[in-house]
Design a protein around this ligand. Structure first.
Ligand code: B12
Length: 295
């Protein structure tokens, strides 16, 4: 049987005669954080997990209680459909630690992050959504899966944070009361990976606050996301207000999200400067607009 990360951490720490505070001090974190790891209510980010292994002189696999399996994305042995099926199982069964660990084991890097987002997380979420529609999982399970994906995105931001940033800045938000925020959050991480500083502000932010932030942070790309098509009229109003503001003349607005999937030309009617359906088309737009690509 697999033992949990928390149990292993406690066992290895006590074998080394270290108390929670000693370990916390060595890692530069509080004793309560260690206590929460051991209780299984929190889980460290990829970078911290690596440092815990170094301080305790054990491998990550020993900490996780796993046998070493090579799941790196580069490995030809990795079958994404099997990987996704197993990840989906972890999410449905409430096994958060295992889900985080499986992603961490793919060695996320700026080369494979778009695969992790679009070919793994997006697909698994959509499948769980379909299971919910068929009544195979309840809404609590769907919400749980979403929260774990948010944690995975936080873990991934330790990689995007390492990329040197250029002079451009983006502000990313889901429009109005849109509850679907994961796509926008992924896109925000993707901006960071491309060397564009990105401010992700979630959803339901009043227009005057958005405008203040655009100006204060000297943002040059505003990215807006909508999943439900009933948000598009409101998005049009916001874009009109922004386009009328003399202080925001050079700002470019890109829109995206599932609301545009069946009406791909709708962005023109909204007054936006561009639309992208995924990471690759966003990258192409950014190149076209000369935000990236060595200009
Ligand atoms: C998770 C989820 C939720 C979560 C969202 C949690 C969160 N914090 O995001 C919760 C549980 C809150 C939720 C609620 C609802 N949901 Co929902 N949800 C989903 C689900 C399963 C996954 C969505 C997701 O995160 N996908 C993964 C992301 C990465 O994909 P994405 O958003 O498309 O983003 C990608 C691109 O679109 C693009 N992109 C996105 N934004 C932007 C922006 C820019 C600028 C750019 C360039 C690109 C870009 O980049 C991303 C990467 O490629 C989908 C199923 C599906 N088929 O998608 C249903 C789905 C979207 N939900 C749906 C519905 C109906 C609802 C509810 C109305 C259900 C209800 N009856 O209560 C409510 C909304 C209530 C409300 N107040 O409006 C429908 C929408 C159908 C429609 N369009 O009319 C779907 C499609 C399920 C279905 N088949 O019925 N949902």
């Amino acid at each position: 049987m697999m033992t949990s990360f928390g149990d292993n951490l406690k066992r290895i720490r006590t074998q080394l005669n270290m108390n929670q505070k000693d370990l916390g001090d060595k890692l530069g974190i509080g004793q309560t954080t260690i206590a929460n790891y051991e209780k299984g209510v929190r889980f460290p980010t990829g970078e911290l997990l690596k440092r815990i292994g170094e301080v305790l002189n054990v491998s990550i696999d020993q900490l996780m209680g796993h046998q070493v399996v090579n799941t790196a994305l580069e490995s030809e042995a990795l079958d994404l459909s099997i990987f996704n099926e197993e990840l989906k199982k972890c999410l449905i069964e409430g096994n958060e630690q295992e889900a985080l660990y499986r992603i961490w084991q793919l060695n996320p890097s700026k080369e494979n992050i778009s695969i992790i987002y679009e070919d793994i997380l997006l697909k698994v979420l959509v499948e769980i959504g379909q299971m919910w529609e068929r009544g195979q999982v309840n809404v609590a399970v769907e919400h749980f899966a979403t929260q774990v994906v948010h944690k995975i995105l936080s873990m991934m931001s330790t990689i995007t944070g390492e990329v040197p940033k250029g002079k451009h800045r983006s502000l990313c938000m889901s429009f109005n009361s849109e509850p679907h925020t994961i796509g926008m959050r992924m896109i925000s991480e993707y901006f960071s990976l491309l060397g564009i500083t990105s401010y992700y502000i979630g959803t339901s932010v009043p227009t005057d606050s958005v405008i203040k932030m655009l100006k204060n942070k000297k943002v040059d790309i505003l990215a807006l996301s909508a999943t439900m098509s009933y948000h598009l009229d409101g998005m049009k109003n916001l874009i009109e207000v922004i386009k009328r503001d003399p202080g925001l003349k050079s700002l470019k607005i890109i829109v995206g999200g599932q609301a545009f999937l069946y009406e791909q030309d709708r962005w023109k009617d909204l007054g936006a400067d561009g639309y992208a359906k995924d990471f690759l088309s966003l990258k192409a737009w950014l190149e076209e607009e000369r935000f990236i690509g060595g200009y």
